[in-house]
Design a protein around this ligand. Structure first.
Ligand SMILES: NC(=O)c1ccc[n+]([C@@H]2O[C@H](COP(=O)([O-])OP(=O)(O)OC[C@H]3O[C@@H](n4cnc5c(N)ncnc54)[C@H](OP(=O)(O)O)[C@@H]3O)[C@@H](O)[C@H]2O)c1
Length: 314
């Protein structure tokens, strides 16, 4: 497969995570799913556990994590479903998590996220969505790099969103110190960062056998919408052309993550953006599908990496 081959698969927007992983044996593989106790994270973890992997749910709500782990164990029969504390907005928590991880890591699913939250800052003064969705996952993945490299052919899954089309990374004012805070611009920026991370991490880590791809899971009713009123949701539907949102089930919403994590069709492939279980095309003006050119821009990706390292004081 050449670098430029556009990846297509037999799967579609309605495929489920279980269908995508059918026939894939993950016995002996170790997986981390961040935010694995809610929404599509649960179904991502369930499908990977169902294929035989040891799955660690990295969560900030340990009770919810235990409940989810028990549910996944009951439905898959796989007892290797573990729970570990992780708060992505707290760098000390991320550092504890990575320090506690022992041995190889075959699949890291950077799934947790917060969307359109009211203006909130971490103690460092970082805007919460960028801090959680990007910086937390950046610190996690870089902190686990040695474990990923040790796996031989590890994959990192960077769960982005079509909302990345709302904003590039605004390097001049990432944390909204100069401009007025806008929850969707902040979410969009963080989700563009998730794609740029896939681009630069693959460039840096492919020689270690580690590849990173980003994806849009689709629109799924989950706790993610907790900060949005029905009125705002209606406005978003109207903005989408009034045709309404085609909602996926959580099992369908987890399918693209699971595809990116496990499909043999993606062997050695990295730095790309997928949606509806296939590599996305470039976004066209007026369309809400596809990937923005700015999200795949290698220069922006390199710059974001540098900024992230400096921000974290590495
Ligand atoms: N649902 C959609 O329509 C949609 C569309 C596009 C992209 N996505 C992306 O899909 C991913 C999963 O979203 P979802 O829809 O499944 O939402 P969800 O049900 O709200 O799950 C998000 C998870 O992230 C966790 N989380 C939030 N902040 C965290 C932090 N500081 N530290 C650790 N975990 C944290 C949440 O934990 P708590 O339960 O403790 O809050 C929750 O488990 C997100 O990255 C989202 O941006 C979703």
């Amino acid at each position: 497969m050449t670098e430029t081959t556009h990846i297509t698969t037999p799967f579609t927007a309605t495929s489920t995570a279980a269908e995508v992983v059918d026939g894939v044996d993950l016995t002996g593989r170790r997986v981390i799913v961040t935010g694995g106790a809610s929404g599509i994270g649960v179904e991502t973890a369930r499908a990977l556990a169902g294929a035989g992997a040891e799955v660690t749910l990295a969560v900030r709500d340990l009770d919810a994590g235990e409940r989810t782990a028990n549910d996944i164990i009951a439905t898959t029969g796989n007892k290797q479903v573990l729970v570990a504390p992780l708060d992505l907005a707290d760098q000390a928590s991320v550092a504890s998590f990575t320090a506690a991880w022992d041995g190889p890591l075959h699949i890291l699913v950077n799934n947790a996220g917060v969307m359109a939250s009211p203006e909130t800052r971490t103690p460092e003064g970082w805007e919460l969505q960028f801090a959680t969705n990007h910086l937390g996952h950046f610190a996690l993945a870089t902190g686990l790099h040695r474990a990923l490299a040790a796996a031989g052919g590890a994959r990192v899954v960077s769960v982005s969103s079509g909302a990345h089309l709302r904003s590039p990374v605004v390097f001049e004012d990432i944390h909204f110190r100069e401009r007025a805070y806008e929850p969707w611009a902040a979410y969009g920026q963080s989700k563009t960062a998730n794609v740029l991370f896939a681009v630069e991490a693959t460039k840096r880590w492919a020689s270690d056998g580690v590849t990173v791809n980003a994806l849009m899971p689709g629109s799924i009713r989950t706790n993610l919408q907790r900060h949005i009123s029905q009125e705002e949701l209606d406005r978003a539907i109207a903005a989408a052309g009034g045709t309404g949102i085609t909602w996926k089930t959580p099992e369908q919403g987890a399918a693209t993550s699971v595809l990116v994590a496990t499909s043999p069709l993606l062997e050695g492939v990295g730095g790309r953006y997928f949606e509806d279980c296939n590599e996305a095309v470039q976004n066209q003006p007026g369309s809400r599908k596809g990937v923005a050119a700015y999200a795949l821009d290698p220069e922006a990706a390199a710059r974001l990496w540098q900024v992230s390292v400096e921000t974290l004081g590495r």
